[in-house]
Design a protein around this ligand. Structure first.
Ligand SMILES: N[C@@H](CCC(=O)N[C@@H](CS)C(=O)NCC(=O)O)C(=O)O
Length: 122
């Protein structure tokens, strides 16, 4: 497999999902730091218009969205599978819910001052 290049930034939670996956799979990878917000002229030129983070580059192939990136990594490195093959559909369903509804609810909650105080209290 060609080198894995993750276009990402350190504080991106979706990038962290892929960084953790690379670690769980024991894969070597390189990072390209991209801006967290627009304008991102290099990113949009690379992806053909997709602006979100992260993006996986494998040789000349570009993969957008962490759901697709997980599938690409899983099929490229099938040892230590993320989930039993027979439960792939369930895993995809749960991941979709976590990445949308649960993620939005968690971020909305954590951006409230009272929640921040409660979560970060020692
Ligand atoms: N469904 C996408 C969501 C990625 C996403 O929303 N990333 C955030 C950063 S963690 C982002 O790029 N936000 C900026 C934007 O939406 O323009 C995925 O799973 O990769």
């Amino acid at each position: 497999m060609a080198d894995l290049i993750l276009h990402q930034y350190a504080t991106s939670p979706f990038s962290e999902k892929i960084r953790l996956l690379m670690g769980a799979k024991g894969l070597a990878w390189q990072a390209v730091e991209i801006p967290p917000i627009m304008p991102k002229p290099d990113v949009v030129a690379l992806t053909g218009g997709y602006r979100r983070t992260p993006i996986l580059q494998v040789g000349a192939d570009i993969y957008c969205d962490t759901a697709l990136i997980c599938e690409v990594i899983e099929s490229a490195a099938p040892a230590r599978p993320l989930y039993p093959a027979a439960q792939a559909a369930t895993a995809r369903l749960i991941a979709g819910w976590i990445d949308t509804a649960l993620f939005t609810a968690a971020v909305t909650y954590l951006f409230q001052p009272a929640a921040r105080k409660a979560c970060w209290a020692t």
